[in-house]
Ligand binder design. Structure first.
Ligand code: HEM
Length: 401
């Protein structure tokens, strides 16, 4: 889906970059006086990236105009076609008395590509990504079963997460589930629910979904900040992670339990995905919440250009002059793509934290885990925990000075 998205972003926002036309169709426009040829039309219909500067730049500069007597020449300095082209490619000098920059964009044909992407590629790939993830998890369960606690449970517990940590986690998790469900309703309601329940019910449901989505967003942001602040130090990668990964977490390659600190490498990957993807989803989401007021992609593209990466990959400089509408289209597209990827990752996290592993849920439920579970999955953390406890005990029993 990322590749499709990239392709979309490129057609949506990089139309000015000027990719070379497919070699075989490189047109000689002498016969049309510089206007588009059959080859241009065929290439466009075949979905190829076209260097459209011959049209884009032909917007009424009398110096560029073909002689009036020449075949298909312009009607003097500026023809109607040139005026419309200038409007279409955003180079017309439009002044409006109200509505600002947004209203001055009279034609924005990228909107059609955005609409097409949202109603086909995004729904199809996003939907199948979630269905595929659920199927993969079901298969994983069938092959590996539930990860059991090997040793006898001791009946003694240790505190894995304090109340504030569990609050932050459930604030984030609860908000995520609500945002995921309502986001999916907004995207799929019209195709799945409207035919099933009727347009009236669907509309009411979407009204509700939109309200919930817009307002629960703040809880998600707060949860994200809390979780980041509380756990970032425990999620910095270290050498034990390499060992843990080499052992496939003790499930994939061998049935043994590699030592881990408070979080193992798998959990760290989940943490950083949530922080980075969640952060980007929040940023694009807030940009969508305040339409046209918080454009971000021109800045992101500028930063990317500065790294030299797009140029290295052959995309040239990413465009920095984005119409306000393009900013919103990009925000919507990336919001949804990243949300789908994160939903798939979080499904795997929910699986391991519930049916996938015996004793895991207790850590976030009551906050207390059995010592046998802690020994099996987080042996270094348990040692540190016991050492800290012993230290505390020593301090509290030593006589006051
Ligand atoms: C700070 C957090 C967030 C904010 C401010 C936010 C905001 C928005 C807004 C304004 C929309 C457009 C709704 C519309 O069509 O009018 C949207 C759509 C959507 N959001 Fe979020 N959102 C946030 C977090 C999330 C999360 C965590 C998920 C996934 C778990 C998510 C999934 C979606 C989906 C799937 C859509 C539908 C996209 C579409 O209609 O094409 N959002 N969001």
């Amino acid at each position: 889906m990322l590749r499709m998205a990239l392709a979309f972003v490129l057609t949506l926002a990089l139309t000015s970059v000027g990719h070379a036309q497919e070699a075989g169709l490189s047109p000689d426009r002498a016969a049309t006086g510089g206007a588009q040829t059959l080859n241009d039309i065929l290439a466009r219909q075949a979905g190829q990236a076209i260097d459209d500067s011959f049209r884009r730049d032909a917007t009424g500069n009398p110096d560029n105009a073909a002689a009036i007597a020449a075949q298909l020449g312009t009607l003097g300095g500026v023809s109607d076609a040139e005026t419309w082209r200038a409007l279409r490619y955003g180079s017309a000098d439009v002044t409006v008395s109200a509505g600002g920059e947004v209203a001055s964009v009279l034609v924005q044909d990228g909107g059609m590509r955005w609409l097409e992407f949202r109603s086909t590629t995004l729904r199809t790939y996003g939907g199948w990504l979630l269905v595929g993830t659920l199927a993969a998890l079901a298969l994983f369960y069938l092959v590996f079963g539930r990860i059991k606690i090997d040793a006898e449970k001791t009946g003694r517990t240790v505190t894995r997460f304090k109340a504030i940590e569990r609050f932050g986690h459930w604030l984030l998790g609860g908000a995520f589930i609500l945002l995921g469900l309502t986001g999916l309703l907004v995207l799929f309601g019209r195709v799945f629910l409207a035919p099933l329940l009727g347009k009236g019910v669907n509309a009411a449901l979407l009204d509700w979904s939109k309200w919930v989505h817009n307002n629960v967003a703040w809880a998600f942001i707060l949860g994200l900040v809390m979780v980041f602040v509380m756990w970032v130090v425990h999620n910095i990668p270290n050498r034990t992670d390499l060992h843990w990964l080499r052992k496939g977490g003790g499930i994939l390659f061998a049935h043994e339990h590699p030592p881990a600190k408070k979080f193992n490498a798998g959990q760290k990957m989940i943490f950083w995905s949530v922080i980075l993807f969640g952060g980007a989803i929040a940023l694009t989401g807030v940009s969508l919440l305040f339409p046209f007021d918080l454009p971000i992609f021109a800045k992101v593209f500028s930063a990317l250009n500065a790294t030299g990466l797009p140029q290295l990959l052959g995309y040239g400089e990413l465009p920095l002059a984005l119409a306000p509408q393009e900013e919103m289209q990009l925000a919507q597209v990336w919001h949804a793509i990243l949300a789908f990827i994160l939903m798939a990752i979080v499904l795997a996290h929910i699986y391991i934290g519930s049916v996938g592993m015996e004793g895991a849920y207790d850590a976030m439920g009551s906050g207390e885990v059995d010592e046998a579970w802690a020994e099996q999955h987080h042996s270094i953390w348990l040692e540190e925990y016991r050492a800290a406890e012993a230290e505390n005990e020593k301090n509290s029993t030593s006589p006051a000075e």
